[in-house]
Design a protein. Structure first.
Length: 80
């Protein structure tokens, strides 16, 4: 995803993470006016299991700081 695409993302939208698959955007974080990260929650059981294996905990959400790992897919309000 490009930084310009970030304006299209809203909390509650769905995005596709390169490792965890379809995920819901829970929050978008900025630091001093610049993009810092995006808190997402995997929607599939496979994505949730991979996150649990990768982190060693049962956290439901995680922060992704790299836009390269995220692609815009289908919003709850229609397609992009």
């Amino acid at each position: 995803m490009k930084l310009a695409d970030l304006r299209e993302i809203k909390i509650g939208n769905e995005v596709k993470h390169s490792r965890y698959g379809i995920a819901e955007v829970r929050d978008i974080l900025y630091s001093m006016g610049s993009f810092f990260g995006m808190v997402i929650r995997p929607n599939t059981s496979e994505g949730k299991m991979l996150l649990q294996v990768d982190t060693g905990t049962q956290i439901p959400d995680f922060m992704e700081g790299s836009l390269r790992q995220i692609n815009i897919t289908v919003s709850r309000y229609g397609e992009y």
